[in-house]
Ligand binder design. Structure first.
Ligand code: PXL
Length: 264
């Protein structure tokens, strides 16, 4: 196979959530649903079922580094995303890794708190922002990272711009949790200081964890395929809408929902 026909490769650096809702399992499923080969580096194991986290065990720094070294020495990784980086050592190692591999397009989902309420990430994730092409905070994460309240669309726009001015990266600020966006799901994309409002109809869906992981993985897949950042975001939001509308439900042994579970 010639280089142009090669399957693009993406990397996720995230936690292992065995329920498959979030983390590396959800990310690799998303990559592969979009025609991209998925590789993964595990930041730690999260013992989880929907709504409950029973325990978190962080990968040792040596093991974290070894996983990164193995993947990068063997695969032509075009784009990567980070999810929950569970320790400051992992953030520091990731900073060095992306400094040494500047050709990889990086998307950062700055996960701080799991949907179940437990702390996963650290606000020092911003050490990595200058290496990112895009960061995808939700409102709570943006408030913590910028230390200010975000209550209106105008606040959202200035927050997205502030990330660009402070770190030089594009920002997709997800408005999902904001009360002023009840009619539509509104996200703000700030790229090169330009603001674009992206709206899609809000869906009545059950509480699902891992929607942020899936969205950022879908954007990463687009970048690995060679789409522009804007095209990757638009494609990912459209896919998310489809996957959320067609979520799958199992009824036994507990009522369990998943995005993106099988081919439509
Ligand atoms: O959705 C945030 C998230 C990210 N990564 C892992 C998680 C969760 C939420 O539960 O478990 C591993």
């Amino acid at each position: 196979m010639s280089a142009e026909n090669e399957i693009p490769v993406a990397l996720t650096i995230a936690g292992f959530d065995g329920s498959g809702g979030a983390g590396v399992l959800a990310d690799c499923r998303t990559f592969e649903r979009l025609g991209v080969y998925g590789t993964g580096v595990i930041t730690g194991v999260v013992a989880q079922s929907p709504g409950t986290i029973a325990g978190i065990e962080v990968t040792s720094p040596g093991m974290f580094q070894a996983q990164l070294d193995e993947i990068i020495s063997s695969y032509p990784v075009k784009a990567a995303k980070t999810g929950a980086l569970l320790s400051l050592s992992e953030i520091e190692i990731a900073v060095v890794f992306f400094r040494e591999n500047p050709e990889i397009s990086l998307v950062i989902d700055p996960v701080l708190i799991a949907t179940a309420g437990d702390q996963l990430g650290h606000r020092e994730i911003d050490w990595l922002f200058p290496a990112a092409e895009l960061i995808t905070p939700n409102i709570c994460e943006a408030e913590t990272l910028l230390t200010g309240k975000i209550e209106t669309m105008a606040d959202m726009e200035s927050a997205a711009l502030k990330f660009y001015e402070s770190y030089g990266c594009a920002c997709l600020l997800k408005g999902g949790h904001l009360d002023c966006c009840t009619e539509d799901m509104v996200d703000i994309l700030c790229e090169n200081g330009e603001i674009e409002i992206l709206a899609s109809p809000r869906l009545e869906i059950p509480e699902l964890h891992g929607t942020g992981c899936t969205l950022s993985a879908a954007i990463t897949a687009g970048l690995a395929q060679g789409l522009s950042l804007r095209e990757s975001v638009i494609q990912a939001r459209a896919k998310m809408h489809e996957w959320m509308k067609n979520f799958h439900a199992w009824s036994q042994p507990a009522v369990t929902h998943a995005l993106n579970a099988i081919d439509e």
